[in-house]
Each structure stands twice: as structure tokens, then as C-alpha cells.
Design a protein around this ligand. Structure first.
Ligand code: PEP
Ligand code: MG
Length: 587
């Protein structure tokens, strides 16, 4: 009889899930199997040849890199990998299977590999057993090359499962079928990772940073996930399940109570008008965002459009999606961010980097790929003919980048006009302030843009040098750190001087305590995970601008994150009462 076991992690998305686990082990390679039409077997074999050629080139590149780094001996390890992609006897058997059984190349390759491994595993010779590992490695490379380096979308995902993985990159999370997933649990990760943000956006209970649990769990075994306290319970006892039924009811009841705020006016306690907008990753989130009372989209993360299409989305594809979004928002403003690829969101074919968050990311990618950037700008501006649309540039770090990007926007606008294409005549252009460098240059940026938006997730990461996805240092990711607050204050002041709006679309906007501070620093437009809107609206409706301002100036002058946070706690503890559970808010 299995015994209940509690695994502790970090809560990142509120809710309770009970169901079978679906384990994604780091090495698991999900190989699709399907039949090929007899007329297509030749092209299927060609697909195999192309994947083999790519794999060979990849391995040779790895070898070259090792040789250049003075690691000749290590480079020779890959000779045996090359032998496999050159082993004609073996490859003929794969080709034969594609032709004879009319099976897809991934499956044919995989099943022949399995056969070879079975033979090697039975061998007494340790050298031959070791070769099985090389074959596995080559198999992963070839199958990934066949799949365009993308994992298939977990077609075998069982209904209502709790997905447990070592890590679940945002790219994969975005592909999971939301309707089938009850919860997400990962061994690594932190509250501000894109995966955590996605889970909150999709309202999937989630716990990250559980440590090495995969080895202890049974695929398909029963588990209970508590995204409020941050625990995964395997083989829960009957009493535990009953207890959590009650917790689930309480959460649902509190959510329902809070929903009454969705339609309430957006005002501070002294009647200052505020705006609450939604951060969206997928256009399909719109209806639920509207139900939570969103008054526009403050951040549309367009990179998921690219990630889901597996490549650079065309102007027409993008236009169709943006247009639909604009139509569905019915006259509310929509802020579309140009692609923030790179970092932890890599397109197939993008080379992994040693320091991805300091690398070829966001506006750097856009400016280096002007054809991609301009196609996106065209799509956005065309959608802007049908409703109020703004363009937002991710991670602008220098004035030079800002100037080049602005020139692109102006050129695209001009060429659309010359072509007589219907497009927005007024389209606000904003920059995300996500680096300390940009915050320090806010005066100069404020004179160039129509609005600035604080991307606090990255601003915290870069200000405090804390990888936002790293569980081990998650306690150092401190949105209340006075260094962060001072930068935010400076950006707000720069906005005021230049008479442009400063908004916030990082997770701080959806954290009730942080939102109070932001209001005190002058922010009146907040964009967040839609489900957080009623709660933030409720808290800010209980606090006057003057109260928030006084608290913010006291907090900014503090020396530590804890003392800055304590200022808010001490002044407003009663205003935070009687609302939903706050665990999983992000800080
Ligand atoms: C941010 O960094 O705060 C932000 C809004 O962008 P993202 O979370 O997509 O990096
Ligand atoms: Mg960011």
C-alpha cells in the first residue's frame, strides 16, 4: 500500500489539483508514430536524410568548438557519435522500415535504435554497453532534427493530469493542452519565471522548486497539488483528499466574492481614477480577462505566437491574431509588445547562449532581424486601424537602440501610407524599462516615447543580478528592494517631467503590497495576470493616494527589502484583510 508523501516547493499559482501525475523526465523523448501515404515515402526518406545531415553537422560543430577550446581529447568522444550517423547498415534498416512499413521517419529511427540498444545492453562488454548511451544521444539529436527541434505537444497527455517535470520551459508550457492539465509541478524554477507567470495566466495551480521528486513518483500515480501552500502530495490518504476538498471550496468561495470587484469602479479611496489592464500571452485569454474586469491589454507577449508556430510568424498570421484581439477588446486599448525572444524563450534554430538573459534577446533580436521586426510592426499598425493599439518595445537598454527602433517604426508607418494600406494613424509607442541602465536614462527615453512601462520582473533580475528562474537564489529576487524602488521612483519622476505616462506590467503590478507602493510612486495604470485584477482593485480602493505616497517615500528610504515591505505591512495591514489567499502572488 503506497504511503502518502509530502514534497515541499514554492507556491506560484493558487489552486488545488487532485489527479494522476504525468511525468516528463528530462530525457524523455516523445516520438510520434503515424503512417505515411505510399506516395510520400520518398519524401519521408528525404526528411530522414536531411535530419541525418543536420545531426552530423551539429556534432562536427560541437567537435570544432571543443578543439578550438583546446579540448582535443574531449572532441574525440564524439567520433563514435559520428560513426552512428555514418553506419549505412543501420541506416538502411531505418530506410527499409520507412518504405516497407510506411512509418514516419522519427518512429522508424527510434524503433531501430531501441532494437540496437537492446542488443548492446545484453552484452558483457562494458565498452559496448557504453555505446548504447552514444546511440541514445544521437537518437535524440536525429529525432529533434526531424521534429524541427521541437518536442511534440504531448499528444499522449492523459486527461486531468498533474504535469510533473524537472523544468518546464515556457515554450513547452505554452504547448500543453490547458484543458487537460490540472496542475503543474517542477523540480526547479522560481516565482518570476515565465513558466510560473504562464501558469498564473492560465489559472493552473502550480508549485515549482520541489527538488528531485521525479525519481520518487510513479507515472500516473495519484497526487494532490496545493498551489497555495506550495506542496505536492503523492499517494494522498483519504483524509488528506477530503481536507483539500474543503480547501478547494474555500478558495472557490473567496474567488467568487472577489469577482464582485470585477465590475466595480477603478478608483483609489480618495477617488483618483486608476486603470487595470491584462497581461496576455494568448489571444484566447481575452474572454476570461474581460470577465475579471480588465480595461485593456497592457502587455501582449507576442513571442508565444512565434513559439507556437515554431518559427517567425508572417505579417498576415500576426495581423489576423492582432486584429481579432483588437476586435474582441471592443475599443479598449491594446498594447502589443514586439517579440521578446531569446532569454528563456528560444525559437527552434536559435543557438543556446552561455548567458541567455544577457544575450541576444528582445529588442536586440528585433533590431538584428529588421525584416522580422518590420513585418511585426506592419501587422500591429494594420490592426491599429480597427481600434486603439500601442506598440511596446521590450528591454530597450540604450538610447541608440531606441533611436534605431523609432526610425523603423516611422519608416514602416510611411511605407504603409505610401502603399495606401489601411493602418493606425495614431499609435502610441512605448518602451519597457527593464534594465537599471534604461531606468537611469529615463529622462532621455521619456522625451522619445509616448509612454514607458516598467517591466519589473526583468528590472529586479538585472538590478539585483538574480536570475528570475533560479530557485536557489529566489529569496534574493526582491521586488521591494530599495534599489529597485528607487529606480522605479526615478522612472516615474522622469515620466512626470516629460508629461508621459509610466505604467507597470511586471508581476509587481499584480502583487497587492507592491501595487500600493507603485500607486504611491505615481503609477495609475497597472497591467497584470487577469485573475489578479479584482484583488488589486479591491486593495487600492481602500487606500488614498496621499497615504500611498507617504508610505512609498518612507519605503524608498529604507535600507533593505524587508524593512521596505514592513512599512506597507505596518501602515495598511487592515486593508489587506478578508480577501483571497495571497500565496502564489509572486512575492
Ligand atoms: C517584465 O520583465 O516585467 C515583463 C513584463 O516582461 P516579461 O515578464 O515577459 O519578461
Ligand atoms: Mg521582461
Amino acid at each position: 500500500m503506497p504511503v502518502e508523501k509530502i514534497h515541499g516547493g514554492v507556491p506560484v499559482s493558487v489552486g488545488v489539483a487532485f489527479g494522476p501525475t504525468y511525468l516528463i523526465t528530462p530525457d524523455a523523448l516523445r516520438v510520434p508514430r503515424y503512417s505515411i501515404d505510399a506516395s510520400n515515402v520518398d519524401s519521408e526518406v528525404e526528411r530522414l536524410e536531411a535530419a541525418l545531415a543536420k545531426t552530423q553537422a551539429d556534432i562536427e560543430r560541437v567537435q570544432q568548438a571543443l578543439v578550438s577550446a583546446g579540448k582535443k581529447d574531449e572532441a574525440t568522444i564524439f567520433d563514435s557519435h559520428l560513426l552512428i550517423v555514418e553506419d549505412n547498415e543501420f541506416l538502411d534498416s531505418v530506410r527499409e522500415q520507412i518504405r516497407g512499413a510506411a512509418e514516419n521517419a522519427e518512429y522508424a529511427f527510434h524503433s531501430r535504435v531501441l532494437e540496437a540498444i537492446r542488443r548492446l545492453d545484453q552484452s558483457e562488454d562494458p565498452y559496448l554497453r557504453e555505446r548504447a548511451k552514444d546511440i541514445r544521444d544521437v537518437e535524440h539529436r536525429v529525432v529533434r532534427a526531424l521534429l524541427g527541434e521541437r518536442e511534440p505537444a504531448f499528444g499522449d497527455l492523459i486527461d486531468n493530469a498533474i504535469v510533473v517535470a524537472h523544468d518546464l520551459p515556457a515554450t513547452i508550457t505554452a504547448e500543453l493542452d490547458r484543458d487537460k492539465i490540472l496542475g503543474i509541478a517542477t523540480e526547479v524554477g522560481a516565482p518570476h519565471s515565465h513558466t510560473a507567470i504562464l501558469a498564473r495566466a492560465l489559472e493552473i495551480p502550480a508549485v515549482v522548486g520541489l527538488g528531485p521528486v521525479l525519481a520518487e513518483l510513479q507515472h500516473g500515480g495519484p497526487a494532490l497539488l496545493d498551489g497555495r501552500e506550495g506542496v505536492l502530495i503523492s499517494d494522498p490518504a483519504e483524509e488528506t483528499v477530503d481536507r483539500y476538498e474543503r480547501v478547494r471550496d474555500t478558495i472557490a468561495q473567496r474567488r467568487a466574492e472577489l469577482m464582485t470587484m470585477a465590475g466595480a469602479p477603478s478608483l483609489s479611496a480618495d477617488g483618483q481614477s486608476l486603470t487595470f489592464q491584462a497581461n496576455l500571452e494568448f489571444a484566447r485569454e481575452v474572454d476570461s480577462a474581460l470577465a475579471f474586469g480588465c480595461e485593456g491589454v497592457g502587455l501582449y507577449r507576442t513571442e508565444y505566437l512565434f513559439l507556437q508556430s515554431g518559427g517567425e510568424a508572417t505579417e498576415e498570421d500576426q495581423y489576423a491574431v492582432y486584429r481579432k484581439l483588437v476586435d474582441r477588446m471592443g475599443g479598449r486599448s491594446v498594447t502589443i509588445r514586439t517579440v521578446d525572444l531569446g532569454g528563456d524563450k528560444l525559437l527552434a534554430g536559435m543557438e543556446p547562449e552561455d548567458n541567455p538573459f544577457l544575450g541576444w534577446r528582445a529588442i536586440r533580436y528585433c533590431l538584428d532581424r529588421p525584416e522580422v521586426f518590420r513585418a511585426q510592426l506592419r501587422a500591429i499598425l494594420r490592426a491599429g486601424a480597427h481600434g486603439p493599439v500601442s506598440i511596446m518595445l521590450p528591454m530597450v537598454a540604450t538610447i541608440d537602440e531606441a533611436d534605431v527602433a523609432i526610425a523603423h517604426v516611422e519608416a514602416v508607418q510611411r511605407s504603409l501610407d505610401e502603399e495606401g494600406v489601411e493602418c493606425a494613424q495614431e499609435c502610441a509607442l512605448g518602451a519597457l524599462i527593464e534594465t537599471p541602465g534604461a531606468a537611469l536614462m529615463a529622462n532621455e527615453l521619456a522625451t522619445r516615447f509616448d509612454f514607458l512601462s516598467l517591466g519589473t520582473n526583468d528590472l529586479v533580475q538585472y538590478t539585483l543580478a538574480v536570475d528570475r528562474g533560479n530557485r536557489r537564489i529566489a529569496h534574493l529576487f526582491q521586488p521591494f528592494h530599495p534599489a529597485v524602488l528607487r529606480l522605479i521612483r526615478d522612472v516615474c519622476e522622469a515620466g512626470e517631467r516629460a508629461a508621459i505616462e509610466v505604467t507597470v506590467c511586471g508581476e509587481m503590478a499584480g502583487n497587492s503590497r507592491a501595487a500600493v507602493l507603485l500607486m504611491g510612486l505615481g503609477v495609475t495604470r497597472f497591467s497584470m495576470v487577469p485573475a489578479r485584477i479584482p484583488r488589486i482593485k479591491q486593495v487600492l480602493s481602500r487606500i488614498t493616494i496621499d497615504e500611498a505616497r507617504e508610505a512609498a517615500s518612507e519605503a524608498v528610504a529604507m535600507a533593505t527589502s524587508a524593512s521596505a515591505r514592513a512599512v506597507i505591512e505596518a501602515r495598511f495591514a487592515d486593508r489587506f484583510e478578508s480577501a483571497t489567499a495571497t500565496a502564489g502572488e509572486g512575492s
